[in-house]
Write a protein that binds this ligand. Structure first.
Ligand SMILES: Cc1cc2nc3c(=O)[nH]c(=O)nc-3n(C[C@H](O)[C@H](O)[C@H](O)COP(=O)(O)OP(=O)(O)OC[C@H]3O[C@@H](n4cnc5c(N)ncnc54)[C@H](O)[C@@H]3O)c2cc1C
Length: 398
């Protein structure tokens, strides 16, 4: 019989990592987090945490604080490129699912999670890029980092995102991230950019003939209170290729791409600063999520293109579920198997939904876009019902 594991090495201090580490603590297991980047604040664009993810934040005692720092989203409204309303979904989320959907800066979420992990006596080591894992018999597992240092523990949690190095250890010849052919731009602008347009707690999104644009409040900050994003076909251009351009060049690209789109989109683009550019990646289904004493969670296990707004919430759910299973004190292999059995069907269903949603943001002919807009109008009430399964899941009660 193997002894109960006492120490977890958690790779990645994004969303899943700090949360998993805190739930390990609750299960009576020491946890150390190793993150490749230096400690930094204010990084990234905006995101929405859905009710299912908010339940996990509530379990950590962070939901109220993040609602205060973010902005509740009461609906997701869809428009055509010319500004015609196509439909609306995701209403009354708090009443229906026990938590609201909340828009927030990724940095606000990440900083709150790392602070809470510190307050829970989790050690977080920055500038530690994992390069290799060694797992030999009944010796401790060894994590090797790019700076030549190592760490030892009883098991490893790979929470290192879409480009996961831990995934390469679990499945050496496994799938690697592939570009979905779409590219994302995003950031924050002052709330005043909306002028007289009253959006309240609505997130407004627009389908173009090619591409997609969205915006909604994400904080009370006067200068960065409105988050926005643009998704468009990449035509072979990578995010790295855009990042070497000046901000004015990127802004001009966005002006050209969204020329003629309804107000306030042109004003948002004109006001955009510090534009974040991201590739839209996906990873094929993995044959397994664990190997010996290493398990994958979050994007490392089931990278989710952003079109369902669920990747972060799934990562939060994973962390809570793994913590609960670890607390049962079973053999690691049994725990990891149960974790995968439990989580895989839901994660894969949502990943597939995100892929389908992404297809409606690709390039259409004028007629194709017209048909899509009319189909959306007809189908939105139905697809709204079909999406409720994502939000209705309460991982605290599961
Ligand atoms: C443009 C965009 C918008 C999105 N919007 C939403 C949204 O609105 N709602 C939503 O729910 N989801 C959204 N997502 C998806 C969401 O961001 C991810 O699903 C989520 O961040 C996954 O969390 P994670 O902890 O698994 O990975 P990450 O958040 O990516 O964290 C992984 C961490 O591991 C670190 N790391 C990587 N490699 C190593 C290594 N070798 N050694 C040590 N550390 C390492 C990274 O630096 C990072 O800090 C969006 C994604 C994108 C790209």
């Amino acid at each position: 019989m193997t002894r109960h594991p006492r120490k977890a090495l958690v790779i990645g201090a994004g969303i899943a990592g700090p949360v998993a580490a805190m739930f390990m603590k609750r299960a009576g297991i020491e946890a150390e987090i190793y993150e490749s980047w230096p400690y930094s604040t204010g990084i990234g664009g905006g995101l929405q945490i859905a009710p299912n993810g908010m339940h996990v934040l509530a379990e950590l005692g962070l939901a109220d604080e993040l609602i205060r720092q973010g902005s509740i989203a009461e609906s997701f409204d869809f428009y055509s490129q010319g500004g015609k309303k196509l439909g609306s979904l995701n209403h009354n989320m708090r009443e229906r699912f026990g938590q609201p959907a909340v828009n927030m800066c990724r940095a606000t979420l990440n900083e709150a999670l790392v602070d809470k992990a510190w307050a829970s006596n989790v050690s977080v080591f920055f500038e530690k890029r994992l390069v290799k894992i060694e797992d030999r018999g009944d010796q401790p597992v060894i994590a090797y980092f790019a700076d030549g240092t190592t760490a030892e523990g009883d098991f490893v949690i790979g929470a290192d995102g879409v480009h996961s190095a831990v995934r390469r250890h679990v499945i050496p010849d496994g799938p690697t991230p592939f570009d979905t052919g779409l590219i994302g731009f995003g950031g924050f602008v002052p709330r005043a950019v909306l002028g007289k347009r009253e959006i309240g707690q609505r997130v407004e999104t627009t389908f173009g003939q090619s591409g997609f644009f969205g915006y909604g409040f994400c904080s009370n900050g006067p200068n960065d209170g409105l988050m926005w994003w643009s998704t468009q076909p990449s035509h072979g251009m990578t995010a790295a290729a855009y990042r070497i351009r000046s901000q004015e060049e990127i802004r001009q690209h966005l002006r050209d791409f969204h020329a003629g789109w309804h107000d306030p989109i042109p004003a948002i683009i004109d006001a955009a600063e510090n534009i974040v550019v991201t590739d839209t990646l996906d990873v094929a289904t993995l044959p397994t999520w664990s190997r010996k004493r290493t398990v994958l969670i979050g994007d490392a296990a089931h990278a989710t293109s952003p079109h369902a707004g669920q990747g972060a919430s799934l990562a939060l759910e994973d962390a809570l579920r793994l913590g609960r299973l670890m607390a049962e004190g079973q053999e690691l292999s049994v725990t990891f198997q149960n974790f995968e059995l439990d989580r895989r069907p839901r994660a894969e269903k949502i990943v597939a939904l995100a892929r389908r949603n992404g297809n409606s943001k690709r390039e259409f002919s004028a007629t194709g876009a017209w048909i899509r807009d009319h189909m959306l109008k007809l189908l939105l009430p139905l697809s709204s019902k079909g999406m409720d399964f994502m939000y209705a899941y309460n991982p605290r009660a599961a």
